[in-house]
Design a protein around this ligand. Structure first.
Ligand SMILES: [Zn+2]
Length: 272
């Protein structure tokens, strides 16, 4: 029998969805709920519930043990696998349409739905999953406890590609994947630039920036971090003052516009 810890006010019970009195085992496989009865028996703190399926994965994902080293980080590979959606999922198709990207490109980034938010796996430079990025419907991202910031690496990423585009966020990344580019996404605010430098060692790197100051500053810092490790790095700017490839395509750009811009970026790199 694992040991149990009280959930406290910051976290909700996986059984009754309320904070406070209930408990979760340190391996996040069982809960003792003070409010909801179960057939597993009742102790002095509440009823024992064995966690299965989604509840199990959510608990493992959200559990924050006080001593990380003893319990280890959550198994994000398992979490990501559990939430993954199929390409025929109507919600995914609708989301892809709204972003003006192909559902397949989102699938290549391992998109999942966890019941409240879209989620994407984040990888380290050896392509192990080290965290999960959750995007709420309104576009703000949500923190997953113990999740580390990593890279969005699409399935089928061509390791031999000499030239790679780098952009911020998974949906931007999907927008460029639609055009057959070799793309890696990174989290905002330069949080994984060192990983990026390690992952793209020796390659030509095009860092995609939006035409506003915060984005350009971020791109500049990224450039400074990756430049010593890659063969060549430059910043390329999304035309027309758009904040993202997705916004650009939604507002004005036809596929031809984007293709012309990509061709211009590639010319930059051959005439350096
Ligand atoms: Zn409870």
């Amino acid at each position: 029998m694992p040991s149990f810890r009280r959930l406290g006010r910051a976290r909700t019970c996986p059984i009754c969805n309320r904070p406070g009195r209930c408990m979760l085992s340190t391996d996040a496989t069982m809960a003792i709920c003070a409010r909801v009865a179960s057939g597993e028996g009742r102790g002095k703190c509440g009823w024992l519930h064995k966690l299965t399926g989604r509840k199990l994965v959510e608990s493992q994902c959200l559990w924050q043990p006080s001593r990380k080293s003893r319990n280890g980080p959550p198994h994000f590979e398992q979490v990501v696998e559990h939430f993954r959606v199929s390409s025929r999922d109507s919600r995914l198709c609708h989301y892809a349409q709204r972003l003006r990207v192909r559902a397949l490109s989102l699938r290549r980034l391992g998109i999942g739905w966890d019941g409240t938010a879209w989620c994407f796996p984040m990888y380290d430079a050896t392509r192990s999953v080290i965290g999960m990025h959750r995007l709420h419907r309104k576009g703000n991202s949500l923190r997953v406890p113990q999740s580390q910031h990593g890279l969005f690496i699409p399935r089928g990423f061509d390791n031999r590609a000499e030239s790679v585009f780098v952009c911020v966020g998974p949906t931007n990344c999907a927008g460029l994947l639609d055009f057959g580019l070799t793309v890696v996404g990174k989290p905002i605010a330069n949080r994984a630039d060192a990983l990026l430098a390690a992952f793209l060692e020796g390659k030509e790197v095009n860092i995609v920036s939006a035409h506003h100051q915060t984005s350009m500053d971020g791109a500049q810092r990224c450039l400074e971090t990756v430049a010593p490790c890659v063969s060549n790095a430059r910043i390329v700017t999304i035309p027309g003052g758009h904040g993202s490839i997705s916004d650009w395509r939604k507002e004005t750009a036809s596929d031809r516009h984007v293709e012309r811009w990509i061709a211009a970026c590639k010319r930059l790199q051959t005439t350096k």
